[in-house]
Ligand binder design. Structure first.
Ligand SMILES: *[C@@H]1O[C@H](CO)[C@@H](O)[C@H](O)[C@H]1NC(C)=O
Ligand SMILES: [Cu+2]
Length: 320
């Protein structure tokens, strides 16, 4: 999962091998989302004609054989940083203000399939494959109250939650052992505490929850769910190195809301500096010691505190 070279002879590959390559390229995607008791499947990013694509509220990220994540040199790109410029999805799902939106991801490869420490992922469904890095959720209002046609690169993004590293906790010994057999062993090293949001995410069955702020005004918004992987640190000689951002966009209709409007946000291409500490974080040198959550401030701040507290209790129900 460190690098992937697009084949130059795409034309002679069979369909099956193209799918396999694209899967290898994709590293993972949103499987589906749960809100207000209704499950909505994510798109099939490999096959446009799949009927699931007519019913999804999640935009199709990782277009065709394109790159599956955004690297530091593109952190300033408003389009790539907003779901790779993916076009609107056909559906919008209802979420009550103050309630949870659960986002389930699947890995594109099977390295962690059925491995200890990966939660209760159903058999045959791949867990997320990287365990070091951040989990973040942003929200933007869709203009004209229509997310299906909204150009997300124009979004003004407000940060609802970010989970970097929690020094009061550590990775489970099961997941640490599982990660030993991958190219990327888990840091902080044994004996040093520090639980990355991404490790928590894998332990919670590759599922992540964001709470829609109570009192938020009704209407259509996009939730931008970001997975920030740091296993391949930046180095000047390699333009495929650096923090990798996997970004999914989910179109929601907030119902049962109040009068609270979103504050002014940040354009996607201004969230993180292309040569900043996050883009160039080296976990193997720092061992998690000096990591600081990157990006804009959380909103609303009281909500952020509650969110932080809530995230300490890993929860997951495998209803679907
Ligand atoms: C979404 O919520 C609105 C307002 O409560 C309701 O009229 C509509 O039927 C809901 N849509 C779905 C698909 O549940
Ligand atoms: Cu990967």
């Amino acid at each position: 999962m460190v690098t992937f070279n697009k084949p130059s002879h795409f034309g002679v590959l069979t369909l099956a091998s193209i799918i396999a390559l694209n899967k290898a390229n994709a590293h993972g995607q949103i499987k589906g989302v749960l809100a207000n008791g209704i499950y909505n499947d994510g798109p099939n990013i490999y096959w446009d004609a799949d009927p699931v694509n007519e019913q999804t509220a999640t935009r199709k990220m990782y277009q065709a054989a394109g790159p599956s994540y955004v690297l530091p040199q593109d952190f300033s790109d408003n389009s790539k940083m907003a779901c790779e410029g993916a076009a609107g999805a056909p559906k919008i799902i209802n979420v009550s203000a103050g309630s949870d939106l659960r986002v389930d991801w699947v890995g594109a490869t099977s390295e962690l399939d059925g491995k200890p420490g990966t939660g209760n992922v159903p058999a045959g469904q791949n867990p997320w494959v990287h365990a070091m890095g951040t989990m973040a959720s942003y929200i933007a209002k869709c203009t004209n109250d229509d997310c299906t046609t909204y150009d997300a690169s124009q979004g003004s993004w407000v940060k609802l939650a970010m989970f970097g590293i929690d020094k009061s906790e550590t990775i489970s010994s099961d997941l640490r052992e599982t990660m030993k057999n991958k190219p990327e062993e888990y840091y902080p090293t044994p004996g040093t505490s520090g639980l990355w949001g991404m490790a928590r995410f894998i332990e919670a069955s590759s599922s992540w929850t964001v709470t829609i702020p109570k009192g938020l005004a009704n209407g259509q918004y996009i939730i931008r769910q970001e997975v920030g992987a740091i296993h391949n640190p930046w180095n000047a000689q390699d333009d495929t190195s650096g923090t990798q951002l996997y970004i999914g966009c989910i179109q929601i209709n907030v119902i049962n809301g109040g009068n609270t409007k979103l504050p002014g946000g940040t354009r996607a291409g201004s969230l993180y500096a292309t040569s900043g500490a996050f883009a160039r974080y080296n976990v193997y040198e720092d061992n998690g010691m000096t990591f600081v959550d990157p990006g804009p401030v959380l909103w609303p701040s009281s909500y952020a505190k509650r969110e932080e507290w809530r995230m300490k209790k890993v929860k997951r129900c495998m209803k679907h």
